[in-house]
Design a protein around this ligand. Structure first.
Ligand SMILES: C[S@@+](CC[C@H](N)C(=O)[O-])C[C@H]1O[C@@H](n2cnc3c(N)ncnc32)[C@H](O)[C@@H]1O
Length: 335
């Protein structure tokens, strides 16, 4: 009922897509593979949507003379390869396999979940915080960029940080996991601003949310259960506190991406706007939302975007490209 009001004419199509089978992407493990994994995925007729968006984009009509990709494309985090089947192709990937180096060859995830990591725009030598990291799909993607001088991956839940550790063991070589380069913790992310303020170049805040697609298909421990009503109502507050802590942990001049896998404006743009206001009022910290219009244009062939977000971008499920929902908003901490 809420979403039919929020999305109007778009809702029936979003709803039927949510009820239909989700599409996956195969994030290639750069630590494991030579080029043969990409070649094998290409043989299945899957395409690397990142490479196609960033390097093989059709020139825009007004830009016909300029052959080089627009400078905005350089803002994407580098070295990520993620294969998807093309629009309308509902084939599935075979399960990931162990490669010759004892590491898995790719990681299956909702391809739209890679967009927050791409938007974070990592640069070589960055100090990175992943505040709500488990089970670890995005942590793995952050490491794949090869940009993290060090990475702090945190999640409140110890059982979920164990899953994160297992993912790291299966995909990342020991020398990258060691050397103080990857630190896994189980703290309350809301305290991070007090623990390590003004520290990180890039922070990802991928908060707990109503996980709309998952909630439709999973009865067990469903967040929409009557017994979890209070917790559900408190979600936007928790999300705002986590985002505020993530921004406090960022160096002035550093960047933050906030993300959810919910369609709810209350959990998406309202949280962003609330956190920005809170930081201004309580800490006199100025935060600027970054315009992702160009970023959205890069990925418009692969995903369906909601056309009228006030801040940030929302991938909406669509039968031809059944990814998401994923909301993400990029911010710069100015002071
Ligand atoms: C959407 S999931 C993160 C998914 C993860 N980023 C990935 O890509 O695999 C949100 C996570 O937030 C964690 N969480 C909930 N409350 C938290 C808190 N106060 N501090 C840190 N993490 C929290 C949950 O345990 C959950 O694993």
């Amino acid at each position: 009922m809420t979403y039919s009001v929020q999305f109007g004419d778009l809702w029936p199509s979003i709803r039927v897509s949510l009820l239909s089978e989700q599409k996956y992407g195969a994030l290639v493990n750069n630590f494991a593979s030579g080029d043969h994994v990409s070649a094998e995925l290409e043989q299945l007729k899957a395409r690397d949507f990142v490479n196609e968006a960033v390097f093989h984009r059709e020139p825009e009509p007004e830009n016909n003379q300029t052959a080089a990709p627009s400078p905005v494309s350089w803002a994407c985090s580098p070295n990520l390869r993620c294969f998807t089947f093309t629009r309308g192709d509902v084939s599935r990937f075979p399960p990931a396999r162990l490669g010759s180096l004892g590491l898995m060859d790719y990681y299956l995830m909702d391809a739209a979940s890679l967009l927050p990591v791409l938007a974070l725009g990592l640069q070589p030598g960055d100090t990175v915080l992943d505040l709500c990291a488990a089970p670890g799909g995005k942590t793995l993607a952050l490491l794949q960029t090869g940009c993290c001088r060090n990475l702090a991956a945190n999640d409140l839940s110890t059982s979920r940080t164990s899953r994160l550790q297992r993912v790291l063991h299966s995909y990342v070589p020991q020398d990258v996991r060691d050397k103080n380069r990857v630190r896994v913790t189980s703290w309350d992310g809301r305290k991070w601003g007090e623990l390590e303020g003004d520290t990180y170049d890039r922070v990802l805040v991928d908060v707990p949310c109503t996980t709309d697609r998952h909630s439709l298909h999973e009865e067990e421990n469903n967040i929409f259960k009557r017994s979890r009503k209070k917790e559900r109502q408190m979600l936007p507050m928790l999300q705002m506190q986590l985002l505020a802590a993530g921004i406090l942990a960022t160096k002035p001049g550093g960047h933050v991406v906030y993300s959810t896998c919910s369609l709810s404006h209350l959990q998406n743009e309202y949280v962003v706007q609330g956190a920005i206001e809170l930081l201004d009022n309580q800490y006199s910290i100025k935060v600027q939302v970054e315009d992702l219009t160009h970023f959205r244009k890069l990925f418009m062939n692969a995903f369906s975007f909601f056309p009228s977000c006030q801040v940030g971008e929302l991938v909406i499920p669509n039968l031809m490209a059944n990814f998401g929902p994923v909301y993400f908003c990029k911010m710069c901490r100015m002071t």
